[in-house]
Design a protein around this ligand. Structure first.
Ligand SMILES: [Zn+2]
Length: 256
């Protein structure tokens, strides 16, 4: 049986001289891995090798979920602003920082979702993130978009961090609090207050500005790049704790 779906490629590796194994995040089926036979041939049925982040409609057959699906069609999305002919994001190629942020988002999506576990809202958020990142005016805006996507991802997969209260004692986070540092704990899954902080060995210190932003995400848009990088550093640390590995793209985005 053939399945049709909207999809974004989140991983593509060479399988042989002529074929690839591609992982798609699809709208209705969730994540799937498929073999794209002959995709690297000059006259392939897919119009050439399938690139990571490319977006379009796919058709695949998946008779046995234990094995790789077989990709039978890939039709790049047409008429989308910023989208190059092969369903890839033309503008991303000219801006390495934005490209790295998008690749980081794709890597996290792959790490935190399971195959055949649909998340249609997350698909829409990811697609919107890719569009918005291309239109971002500067590095700060791209970082703010990445942070919001990462928080949306955590929420969708059941790990929404607690940011408006202490994750341990539930005291409300006061934006006007006078202390100049704030703590986040991955084991508590959120910000932790001054009273609870000594009990958490895994606490991660951030500035009050970064804490205020997390407690009130509307502040992200006007925050200086320094604060946004600090939040991104915290999130990269948190994803490392959650998955047990430091995501590969974290270094490319954070520079360390
Ligand atoms: Zn507390």
């Amino acid at each position: 049986m053939l399945t049709k779906d909207q999809a974004i490629c989140i991983r593509a590796v060479d399988y042989s001289e002529t074929s690839q194994v591609v992982t798609f995040f699809t709208k209705a089926t969730g994540k799937i891995s498929a073999i794209a036979k002959g995709s690297k041939r000059p006259k392939s049925a897919f119009g050439g090798p399938i690139e990571i982040l490319s977006h379009g409609r796919i058709v695949f057959s998946d008779p046995n979920r234990e094995k790789l699906a077989t990709l039978t069609e890939f039709e790049p999305a047409g008429g989308t602003p910023g989208l190059a002919p092969h369903g890839t994001w033309g503008l991303l190629r000219s801006d390495l920082f934005t490209l790295n942020c998008c690749l980081f988002a794709a890597e996290l999506l792959n790490l935190l979702t399971d195959e055949h576990d649909p998340h249609p809202d997350l698909f829409d958020s990811f697609l919107q993130f890719l569009h918005d990142a291309q239109d971002a005016a500067d590095k700060s805006e791209t970082l703010a978009l990445l942070i919001l996507f990462q928080l949306a991802l955590l929420k969708e997969v059941g790990f929404q961090p607690i940011l408006s209260r202490c994750a341990n004692c539930r005291t409300r986070y006061e934006v006007r609090e006078t202390r100049d540092e704030v703590y986040f704990s991955s084991s508590a899954n959120g910000l932790i207050c001054r009273d609870c902080e000594p009990a958490f060995q895994d606490k991660f210190r951030i500035s009050k500005n970064a804490g205020d932003c997390l407690a009130n995400l509307k502040l992200l848009a006007e925050s200086p790049q320094k604060t946004l990088l600090e939040i991104e550093k915290l999130l990269a640390h948190h994803f490392t704790e959650l998955t047990g590995h430091r995501p590969k793209m974290a270094k490319s985005v954070l520079g360390s």
